[in-house]
Design a protein around this ligand. Structure first.
Ligand SMILES: [Zn+2]
Ligand SMILES: [Zn+2]
Length: 157
């Protein structure tokens, strides 16, 4: 992976970040929250250890969403100038960040290994053959991590 694949930022350039590795998993999420927050048919999530992602320019603003079911928190980090979200942090998994991978400078290596919350996907979206599919949140995320590790190993060959 080239250096540019490790760097990303917002639309106005005020916020820049770096990732130290390719992360743990890449998923496409078809939940209605992702549809709304991205203004799109689905959102993409690149899960990384928090220690692998750092802001190198600017200071993100935070929008915190509280889930009424269980009180857990989701902290969306975004540029206060142009509004682009670069990643999300979670109260439930404080060691993980969910980078919005479309903000990377090089997105050519991004292919989700799993599609989640498929039950609310737009009817015209078809899931590529070979990708894992889950109606809601995967009960066992281990299979997603394994599929991503295999995909990364195959691309580096
Ligand atoms: Zn910006
Ligand atoms: Zn979602």
């Amino acid at each position: 992976m080239t250096t540019s694949a490790h760097e990303g930022g917002c639309l106005c350039g005020g916020l820049r970040y770096r990732i130290k590795d390719e992360g743990l998993a890449l998923t496409a999420c078809h939940c209605t929250d992702c549809q709304r927050s991205g203004g799109a048919a689905f959102g993409m999530s690149l899960l990384l250890l928090k220690s692998s992602a750092e802001v190198v320019k600017g200071t993100p603003r935070t929008f915190t969403k509280i889930f009424e079911e269980d009180g857990r928190l989701k902290h969306n980090k975004f540029c206060g100038e142009c509004g682009v979200r670069i990643w999300t942090e979670f109260s439930k998994f404080p060691q993980i960040v969910n980078v919005k991978p479309g903000t990377l400078d090089d997105t050519s290596w991004l292919e989700p290994v799993a599609h989640i919350w498929v039950r609310s996907k737009q009817p015209w979206v078809s899931i590529p053959e070979g990708a894992l599919q889950f109606e809601t949140q995967p009960a066992d995320f281990g299979v997603v991590l394994k599929a991503f590790a295999e995909q990364r190993a195959a691309q580096q060959r």
